[in-house]
Design a protein around this ligand. Structure first.
Ligand code: BG6
Length: 486
């Protein structure tokens, strides 16, 4: 393949404060939900339910501890202390864009504060200035699993309507402050993920809602996020004329395990259960099938006329998504071999390989995802997460990660096909965890995604020094040639 990607294609990488930044108590930062998420190294890495189980008691325990117990996300990869060196490395690779999130609790330590934390604001000023030095556009996620823990303890998290106002205050402050530095924004990371991990996405714990239908609680909280997202889009557009705001979806691409009509129907239903969230944010209204679900399951979601008006008036400009793997589903999956697929469990697909963590590797699935999303929305798309979580071995100051290069190469070729043959409008690509960081699902550092190795283990032992892997120069070359070398 000798043709290049579209001019101005945004090549880069992605991170999130909760897994990367560290400095959990530095510079006036408050405690976030992720700072209280303990790792479960004793639990099977494919058992997401157990990995993500959190009770109020766990939070009370977490809040009693300082650094005598290791909570991986409190430290991430210590970007807080390494940001200059890290951004210089991204600059050396030629990044056009760097996706990062702002930790809400660094700006409003408790979420309900009336005044922002100036030191927190200064930190991101410094980060964005550093990006500017290397002509890297920041792509900012406003909320990536980082609600301040106070919102869970004293407000019932996103179930509480009041949290919308607090979020709006936070958005106004960051948009006002960074209006000349940030043009690309995402409102909520994987807005759909509240169903799978309500704690990190919605600051919700089931034991805090005795006697209530927890599914109703989750959808009510999600409704509040949809309203908050629309209000954030309004604020951004009013302050930054050329800004682009995206929604962010977990692209769980489902295949029917067989051509039995029941399996095909199951795949369609599962696919819609993911699309219903992006449908809401792109079309500005709830799709009929989600409203039908509310009705059929007796979920009483409170929404005002004003909520619905705001959602309709401020839809997103583009659709961003994460894609790691496709999943096979069947109407009756008993007895079929299962495997992990990004906070999900799927039937094992016999035709494709799997990663060290069981996530199935399917580059063509990325092309299928791009086509499906573009046909559905006709809005520009942005792949803001993709990559291979693998066990890397540091030998003589580097990692020979040819397996990662192979993974990227296969995915990039399918992106190219989607753009050129299928007519998809793809704005850019940011690989997940471009510098190694703590995994979301298993909270392990040893599940590595980066072009840059961070010398730290699952217990936070190590120098945190950065090392270039073999994929570093490979990706640099891809960016330099805009994909011509593929
Ligand atoms: C996405 C999340 O679902 O997947 C990231 O937005 C996460 O936060 C990524 O890190 C990869 O998952 P994991 O569990 O391998 O870290």
């Amino acid at each position: 393949m000798k043709k290049e990607f579209p001019k101005g294609f945004l090549w880069g990488g992605a991170t999130a404060a909760n897994q990367f930044e560290g400095g959990w108590k530095e510079g006036g930062k408050g405690i976030s939900v992720s700072d209280c998420a303990r790792s479960h190294l004793d639990v099977d890495v494919q058992d997401y339910k157990k990995q993500n189980e959190v009770t109020t008691k766990d939070i009370e325990e977490a809040l009693k501890t300082d650094d005598e117990v290791y909570y991986p996300k409190r430290h991430g990869s210590n970007f807080y202390y390494h940001y200059k060196e890290d951004i210089a490395l991204l600059g050396e690779m030629g990044f056009k864009v760097f996706r990062l999130s702002i930790a809400w609790s660094r700006i409003f330590p408790n979420g309900d504060d009336l005044q922002p934390n100036e030191e927190g604001l200064r930190f991101y000023d410094a980060v964005f200035d550093e990006c500017a030095k290397y002509h890297i556009e920041p792509l900012v996620t406003i909320s990536h699993y980082e609600p301040p823990i106070n919102l869970l303890l004293n407000y019932d998290g996103w179930y509480s309507r009041e949290v919308i106002d607090m979020f709006v205050r936070y958005v106004k402050v960051i948009v006002d402050r960074y209006q000349h530095k940030v043009k690309y924004w995402l409102t909520f990371n994987e807005v759909d993920s509240m169903i799978r991990h309500p704690y990190t996405t919605g600051a919700l714990i089931e034991d805090r809602f005795p006697g209530k239908n927890f599914t109703e609680v989750i959808f009510q909280a999600m409704h509040h996020q949809f309203v908050a997202s629309a209000l954030a889009t309004k604020i951004i557009h009013e302050s930054i004329p050329d800004a682009k705001v995206g929604c962010m979806l977990t692209k769980l691409t489902y295949y029917p395990y067989t051509c039995k009509p029941k399996d095909v129907l199951k795949a369609q239903q599962d696919m819609r259960s993911t699309y219903c969230y992006s449908d809401t944010q792109v079309f500005g209204e709830y799709p009929a099938y989600l409203l039908a679900k509310f009705k059929n399951e007796g979920l009483n979601i409170k929404m005002t006329e004003e909520d619905l008006r705001v959602m309709k008036e401020y839809p997103v400009d583009f659709v961003s998504f994460s894609y790691y793997s496709s999943s096979c589903v069947a109407a009756d999956d008993q007895g079929l071999k299962k495997t992990a697929a990004n906070t999900n469990i799927a039937i094992k697909n016999p035709y494709i390989p799997s990663s060290d963590w069981g996530w199935q590797i399917d580059p063509i699935g990325l092309r299928i995802s791009l086509v499906d999303l573009y046909d559905r929305y006709r809005k520009p798309l942005f792949i803001v997460e993709n990559g291979l979580g693998a066990v890397d071995e540091l030998v003589n100051g580097t990692v020979d990660d040819q397996y990662r290069i192979d993974y990227f190469e296969a995915h990039f070729k399918e992106m190219y096909n989607a753009i050129v043959e299928d007519g998809v409008d793809l704005m850019g690509y940011t690989s997940w965890g471009c510098i190694d960081l703590v995994s979301e699902s298993t909270k392990q550092m040893s599940k590595r995604y980066g072009f840059i190795y961070v010398d730290a283990d699952d217990l936070g032992q190590g120098s945190y020094r950065r090392y270039k892997k073999k994929s570093f120069n490979w990706y640099k070359h891809i960016i330099e040639t805009n994909g011509r070398c593929l």
